[in-house]
Every structure is written in structure tokens, then in C-alpha cells.
Design a protein around this ligand. Structure first.
Ligand code: TNX
Length: 534
């Protein structure tokens, strides 16, 4: 008898555990929440659902959610300003109290008759709503059932970034917004906007109209693999007006995404120098780049160049409300500086022993210019060479060593090492993939990335602000291809920068992603099917 009851109990228990696991497996939540407890039953969202917020600071988030439901499902829950009407189902957003709140933290409780969202900041409400959105049935209409559960959630890192190169290829404002929306749906919060490079200057600067009149246009582009050295002669270009930029900044802020604009210097500056050759050391006329790669023509570290860059950065600083301006700093060839008597004079006056010190001199001047404007610089890890400027944050891309060195010097760091975070690399067998720059970074490889290096002490590790995926677009000719290269790798990185290290599990992620795919299909996102083995 006892034995029988034991077997029965085990059967009931395993059925129960089994069903809990199935439910958990079946949730297409990315990133996976820190804690998620399933319960039985559903809540149904319909036109009869009421939304009630007890704090006006969360209104924008509710407007966003309402718009989402309306445009995707033609459902419009009623927003009630006082208390919800008795006996009807409702979604309530409350001001929540947490121990040691982390920016973005939230609690989401779904019961059969009410959904309660708690957060102490608007970003937390936004993320709770993103989780709720991911729980909605992909093809629902009229009424949307979401499973009952209790989520406690907060991010691991504060910099959950994606980059997009709009210089090598130019993308419409509509696409830039779509990209930001895609990021935000995975709770990513920094958009690194690469706006200038050798092949095109893409931001209107009122003081220097030639930057876009001349610098935004090239006579042709490279065609096919770099090794072929073939070019077309189709004029190519475009730029964002300041009005368009303001609109994008506002849009991003609604989605709790901060934009970090990048203005490249002293290298990767050919487009600017095509417009204003007087800011190079030779002063020789040049053309906007047609070829990918690295150019010898760079900004000269002269007073009039710093005045020019100061003016440019003033306009940039007033357009972008975030703390950081990215000033590039990567891949600076020193050929022109070495030839320049002016540069040799500066070297001599300052007792510099090598040209890295001259590069550091350049970045330090810019750091000061930017600091005076109330902002901070961030730069690629070459800014460590020759001595790091005070207050500069470092983006570690040539591996993780730059990030480690910067953190050890008490500087903040964003990790974006090529081997894991470069989404311009191939993601599957190059034989079956569209032409890419090279490399091989599969979805699983991205997922395996651990942003905090083991070699840092607990104190040093606090400087690791997070990680970022980079999308360089030399070989991405249109926005469909950007989506293909960015997705689903962006989703993998989003999980890495959100969930606690011990919660990472690729198999589990892959299962969720396989379900989540239906939502990508519905949204018409051109993700790489090869990531799913087909
Ligand atoms: C290196 S990453 C660059 C870019 C290229 C990229 C291609 C970095 C700071 N500089 O200019 O587009 O490689 O992968």
C-alpha cells in the first residue's frame, strides 16, 4: 500500500515537474529572466482589459505598449486613470521597491485576473512590457492569452550595446529606427552609431556644410571581395540631417536606448579631408574613399584641426544627450605624420619618443575638448597606445587585452572583441553564405562569450560596463543584409549581457530562439536561417 502511494506520488510529482519544465521550455523569452516561476492558468488581454498606472512617470511606456497591441493585434485595452473597475481583469503598473535597485529592474506577476508590473524607474516598466510582449501569442487576434507566472528580473551589465556602421553603406532613418527597436526588444540599451569614416561622412554639421555636400558622396564603391580590387562607378552616398537625428534620438529615448555617436579621428577621416583638405598634414586634395581598408591620409594634430573638431563636436554634443561621444582612434597610420616637419616639431617640443605618443597627444586634446562640453570620450583600444587620456573609456576590439589594461588603470571598458562580437564575420560555412569580410563567428560562439575577464580583480571588474556587437557594413549592401548578419547573433549577445553568468545555457537559449523565430517571421525580419542549420 505504502509502496503504491509512493509510486502514485512520484508519478504525480514527475507529471507536475514535467509540465513546469515544458512550460518553461515553451516560453520564448530572450533574454531569459533572472527568475521565472510558472503557475497554472492564463491571463487574457483583450479590449475589455483595463490598464491602470499608479504613477505618471510610467505613462510613455504604457503608450508604447498600447501602440504595440494596436498595430500588431488590433487590440486596445482601456487605460483607466483612477482605480480599475471592480471584477474586471486589469494590468496595473506600480512603483516598486527593491533592495539595491539596478537600473532596468522589474517584477512581473501574471495572475488569471490581473497583471502587476513593479519597477522604480521607467526603464524597468519598459523591460517588463518587453517580456510581456514576448509572451503574447504570435498570431493571436481579439484576445491574447499569456501564461500565469512570476518574474524577477534585472540586467547583469549596464552597457548592452549594438553598433551600426552607416558610413560604408548608408541606411535610411526608417531602418535605423527598426534596428533600435530590434535592440530594445531584447533589452539592449546602447546604440553606437558609426557616422563618419573614409567612405562617407553621414552627419550634417551646420558650421561645415562641405562635410556632407562633399564628404557624404563617393564616386563609386568596391565590388566583390577585397582581393579582386574591382570598383563600380555608381555615385553613392547620403547623410542624416540634424532634424532627422533629433527625431531618432527621441525615438531611441522612448525605447530606453542611448545613442553614442562616433566621429572618427585622427584616422578613418578621408571623407572629412575630401571636404576640408586643410586639416591634413599635406593639405593635398583627396577624394572620399571608394576602397575598404585603412588610409594613410589622417587629421593633422594642428591647432586649426582642433578648432575644427571642437566646432564639430559642439554640434554633436548638442544633438546627443548621452554621456559618451565615441571619437574612434583606431587604425591610425602614421605615414603622413612621419613625413610632416610640423609633426616632427611637436614631437621634439614635447620630447615624444614615438608616433604613438603623438596619437595620444591628439586624443588627450580631444578628451579635454569633449570634457569641457560636459561629455566623456570613448575610443577604440588603440587610444591606450602612447598613454591613455584621463577619463577616457575604452572599447576593446583587438581582443580582450585592451579592455584588461584599461580596467587595471581604472578606466571604464566596453568589451567587443572581434572573435565573439563582430557580426560582419561569417556565421556559417562561407561556401553557402553571402560574401562577408571574413572570420567565423557562429551563434554558439557569440553565446559562449564571457565579457568579464578572469584576470581582473573584483574591483577592476567593476570597470567592465558590458559588451557590444559590431556591425561593420563594407559587405552589407542593404538593410536586409544587415538584418541577416545581426540576427540572431544580436539575440545571443543580448542574453549574455543580461543574465547572470551561471544562468547561461546555450541549448536552452537555442530552444527559446527556435520558438521566438515565429515572431521574427511575423515581423518580417530577415534573420539568418543558416543559424538554424537551414
Ligand atoms: C576594423 S573595428 C575596423 C573597421 C572595419 C572593421 C571590419 C575597428 C575599430 N576598425 O574600420 O570596418 O575592422 O571588420
Amino acid at each position: 500500500m505504502i509502496r503504491y502511494s509512493f509510486i502514485l506520488l512520484s508519478l504525480i510529482l514527475s507529471a507536475f515537474i514535467g509540465s513546469t519544465q515544458t512550460l518553461q521550455k515553451n516560453l520564448a523569452l530572450i533574454p531569459i529572466p533572472v527568475e521565472c516561476k510558472m503557475a497554472s492558468g492564463n491571463f487574457t488581454i483583450s479590449n475589455a482589459t483595463q490598464i491602470f498606472i499608479s504613477n505618471p512617470i510610467f505613462e510613455k511606456e504604457i503608450v508604447y505598449f498600447q501602440n504595440y497591441l494596436k498595430s500588431n493585434y488590433q487590440i486596445s485595452p482601456l487605460w483607466v486613470k483612477k482605480a480599475p473597475i471592480k471584477n474586471s481583469s486589469y494590468i496595473e503598473v506600480r512603483f516598486g521597491v527593491f533592495k539595491d535597485t539596478i537600473e532596468g529592474q522589474y517584477r512581473l506577476n501574471i495572475n488569471s485576473n490581473k497583471i502587476i508590473i513593479e519597477a522604480s524607474e521607467a526603464s524597468g516598466v519598459f523591460y517588463a512590457l518587453q517580456s510581456l510582449i514576448q509572451l503574447l501569442p504570435v498570431n493571436g487576434k481579439v484576445s491574447l492569452a499569456v501564461p500565469c507566472l512570476a518574474i524577477e528580473d534585472f540586467p547583469r551589465y549596464k552597457w548592452r550595446g549594438m553598433h551600426l556602421d552607416c558610413s560604408r553603406h548608408f541606411f535610411s532613418t526608417a531602418f535605423v529606427k527598426k534596428y533600435i527597436e530590434m535592440m530594445a526588444s531584447y533589452k539592449m540599451n546602447v546604440f553606437h552609431w558609426h557616422l563618419t569614416d573614409d567612405q562617407g561622412w553621414r552627419i550634417e554639421i551646420k558650421h561645415y556644410p562641405m562635410l556632407t555636400e562633399v564628404g557624404a558622396w563617393r564616386k563609386g564603391s568596391m565590388v566583390g571581395p577585397y582581393a579582386d580590387q574591382k570598383f563600380d562607378s555608381i555615385p553613392y552616398g547620403g547623410f542624416y540631417t540634424q532634424e532627422e537625428i533629433k527625431d531618432i534620438v527621441e525615438y531611441a529615448s522612448m525605447l530606453h536606448v542611448t545613442i553614442v555617436p562616433e566621429i572618427e579621428m585622427p584616422g578613418h577621416a578621408l571623407a572629412a579631408l575630401a571636404a576640408y583638405p586643410e586639416f591634413s598634414c599635406s593639405g593635398n586634395p583627396c577624394e572620399v574613399g571608394m576602397k575598404w581598408g585603412v588610409e594613410t591620409n589622417v587629421f593633422c594634430p594642428a591647432e586649426h584641426t582642433f578648432t575644427f573638431l571642437d566646432d564639430v563636436l559642439s554640434e554633436v554634443a548638442s544633438l546627443f544627450p548621452g554621456k559618451y561621444i565615441h571619437i574612434g582612434g583606431d587604425e591610425v597610420l602614421k605615414d603622413e605624420w612621419e613625413k610632416s616637419p610640423f609633426c616632427q616639431q611637436i614631437m621634439q617640443n614635447n620630447g615624444f619618443k614615438n608616433y604613438n605618443e603623438l596619437q595620444s597627444f591628439f586624443i588627450k586634446r580631444i578628451e579635454y575638448i569633449v570634457r569641457i562640453k560636459g561629455k566623456s570620450i570613448i575610443g577604440w583600444d588603440e587610444i591606450l597606445d602612447g598613454g591613455l587620456a584621463p577619463n577616457a573609456a575604452v572599447m576593446s576590439w583587438r581582443g580582450i587585452e585592451g579592455g584588461i589594461a584599461a580596467a587595471k588603470q581604472n578606466h571604464d571598458v566596453v568589451m567587443t572583441p572581434g572573435a565573439f562580437c563582430y557580426f560582419d564575420h561569417y556565421q556559417a560555412d562561407p561556401k553557402t553564405e553571402p560574401l562577408a569580410i571574413g572570420g567565423f563567428t557562429t551563434l554558439e560562439k557569440v553565446y559562449s562569450y564571457e565579457p568579464t575577464p578572469d584576470s581582473l580583480s573584483v574591483e577592476e571588474a567593476k570597470h567592465i560596463m558590458g559588451a557590444q556587437g559590431n556591425v561593420w557594413t563594407e559587405y552589407m549592401y542593404n538593410s536586409d543584409q544587415v538584418e541577416y548578419m545581426a540576427m540572431p547573433r544580436m539575440a545571443a549577445l543580448a542574453e549574455i549581457v543580461w543574465v547572470p553568468k551561471e544562468k547561461k545555457n546555450y541549448q536552452n537559449f537555442y530552444q527559446r530562439l527556435s520558438l521566438h523565430r515565429k515572431l521574427l517571421d511575423r515581423k518580417g525580419i530577415k534573420y539568418a536561417k543558416s543559424a538554424f542549420g537551414k
